[in-house]
Write a new protein. Structure first.
Length: 116
């Protein structure tokens, strides 16, 4: 089992680069492609709690239908955002990196260095 888990979209260049710093530090990284639907409700809720953020903090707006779905409305609940993110994983900003030191949305990507 790896000590670094990276939830990402393997189709995006920045996301594909996520394992690089962990490998340079001699850490094994295990990818979990969000675009492939591998992020479950319990995983997402645990990630949010570990990161200490709300669903709104990791909502991806650019290149998605978040606005059309009403998810950018300030009154949209975390429950509504989480439900939408489970149904449409593209709505989750990424990469999200999890290590024994914690979890974070690593945008900009060099933020991953604080976790390894």
């Amino acid at each position: 089992m790896s000590d670094v888990v990276i939830f990402h979209n393997p189709r995006l260049r920045n996301s594909r680069n996520a394992p690089g710093p962990a490998a340079r530090e001699g850490r094994r990284a295990e990818g979990g492609g969000i675009s492939e639907g591998r992020l479950t409700r319990p995983q997402l809720e645990t990630l949010l709690k570990t990161m200490g953020v709300s669903a709104r903090d990791i909502l991806r707006v650019r290149g998605t239908d978040a606005h059309a779905l009403g998810l950018t409305d300030p009154t949209a609940s975390d429950e509504a955002l989480i439900a939408a993110m489970i149904l449409s994983p593209i709505l989750v900003e990424r990469p999200i990196v999890v290590t024994p030191k914690g979890a974070a949305l690593c945008r900009p990507f060099d933020r991953v260095l604080t976790l390894i």
